[in-house]
Structure formats: C-alpha cells, structure tokens
Design a binder for this molecule. Sequence first.
Ligand code: ZN
Length: 372
Amino acid sequence: MGNIQQSTCSVIPQHMLRHMALHGDVHQRKRAAETLSHTALLTAGRAAFFRGVPHAAAVPHEKQRRIFDAGGETSLPGMLVMTEGGTRSTDIEVREAFDGSGAVYDFFDKVFGRDSIDDRGMQLDSTVHYGVHFDNAMWNGKQMVFGDGDGKLFKRFTSDVAIVGHELAHGITQYTSALKYQGETGALNEHISDASGIMVKQFLLNQSVTDSDWYIGVGLFGPGVHGIAIRSMMHPGTAYDDPILGKDPQPAHMRDYVRTSDDNGGVHINSGILNRAFFLAASRLGPFSWVIAGKIWYETAKFKLRPRSGFQDFANATVITAGEKFGFGGAVQRIVAEAWAKVGLPTPPGLMQAPASGLGRPLAGKTAAIIN
Ligand SMILES: [Zn+2]
C-alpha cells in the first residue's frame, strides 16, 4: 500500500463547530470545543492506523460488517456488538450503522462492481456511541465513527445513509486517486463523497433524479435548528441558516469561490460548486443518477485523477470519460459539458472530439497516482 493521505473526513465542518463554540449556550460551547478536539485527536491517529495494519482476510464480493459500541468512551473500536450473520441488535444506532454500511457496500458492488472500499473485500467497521454527546461522524482512515449528537442541535449521525455513504467514499478515494484533503483538491475529495453519498441513498430508496431531495445529512438537525440538512447539492448555500450554527457558506458557481484557510482551505465550502454541476448533469441525464452521470463520475474519479487534481482537471476528465463511454460530440458529453459551463468551469473545445491518436489522454493533475 502507498502513502495514505492524512485528513479529517468528518461530517460536521470546523466552521460550523467554531460558530457553535462562539454563539451557543455554555453547554453547546463546551461540546463544540470537545468535538473539535476529539476530531483533531482522531485525525492524528490516522497515520498510525495505516502503518503496518494488515487488512482483515478478504472474502471476494461478500459483505463483511462489524459494529462496535464505544459506550460513551473515546477509545476505538469498543465492544463488538453486531457481526455479519449474527444476532440483530435492539440498539437503533447499531442497526443503522450496520444497515447503512451494507447499503454502501451493495451500491458499489451492484452498480460499479467494486468489492468494498479497497476493491478487495475490506471489512467495514463502525463504532457507535462514541464519546458523550459527540456532535460528529467520521471516517478515520480505517473505520467509521458515529457520535450520538447532543439531542438539541444534532441527533444521531447514523440516521442518514447519505452520511454513511459520504464517509465510506472517503475510504474509496484513499484507495483510488488518493486526492489530498486541502484547498481545491480537498473540495473535489468532498464532492466525490457527497455525490457517492446521495447516489447510495437514491439507489437504496430507488429514487429517480426528480424524486430525490439532493440533501446531505437531512434529518440530522435537532428540532430547534433553522435548517434542513448539512448541505444541498441542488441549491448549495441554502441548507441552513441558524443563529448558533451560522449560515450555509457553500457557493454554487466559480465566481463565488471562497478563498479561506479555514476548513482545510474550504473543502466543505467550495465542494458546493461541483455538487451543483453533478446535480445539473444527473438531472438531465436521468432518470437514475447512478446509471449515466454516476458511472461517468465514478470512472473519472477511479481512473483519471491524481492526488493534486483540481476542479478544472476533474471537469475536463468527466467530459472525456463521457466522450469515451457515450460518444464524442454526443448528447451525453454535451450535457456534461453544459453542466460544467453553468457553474463556471467551461470545457476546452478540443475535448469534444475524439483524440487523434490511439494513445488516450494523460491523467488530470500534477502528481502521479501513488495508491495501488
Ligand atoms: Zn467528508
């Protein structure tokens, strides 16, 4: 295995927690500070997880799930409480984590023929009841970690399967393009997770592009919060506007790209631009997002990116993939190019024609792939 990137692949971005730490009541401020520090601890642990930790024995194209209960503590993984083929737990978070990771496995297996995160049957481990009122969920490089939420601002993090899909897709990115988690590249990494998360949910519920609400993290907010979800892929920047959590900062067009050192350079912010493009393309290519748009996105992310690819690299690469799969200059390729143009990432005209030589096109981005 190569050099795995180190990153905080958490659901609740730092800007939201920081706003909460400044504007919440005394308990909320304390909890936000704790969540921020635990998130940092888990991040620091990522490198260690990847040093010499062998994978569990791989069983080809068979789901292998394990759910652990941290019992309110912060040591991982906790007590093993549910396994593949074992007795079904009575604990709703345990069941949701089990069913959610199963839905993610099934989606990638049935739609893209992928055998788990590493495409070699990697065991899917999740820990629930992590910490006390922990307001986050994350992929720590090895497993899922779910907090219970504080019950007021956030409810339990296992409840939306799009979140489970988002986090496990970070694992897939580690094993494919190994995109860095910083700036434009990090926002691309976030986008690939959001696009995967929403497709997992749509596939599970058999939702067409018009049935879906295109929200990530819907239902996670407590009853008092002014907001519907963590992010909107249809209308980035409109998911929430709350005195304690702040306002959804996502742009939907390159003209509004946010330059910031916060949030690893705006990884959860500028991903809105790419999310909007995926929504636009999938909506026109329908009826189900994963059939055409999802296939183009997945194959591009798997084969055409490098660890430092940027927005334009990805946009161009999806247009090339669309041409290769569905014909250069054809309707599918034009719709993908038009979606990118609408968010301010127009396609260079040359990409709409088949390459002259049979050598194919180079990978998008600056650094050679280092994983697999
Ligand atoms: Zn993420």
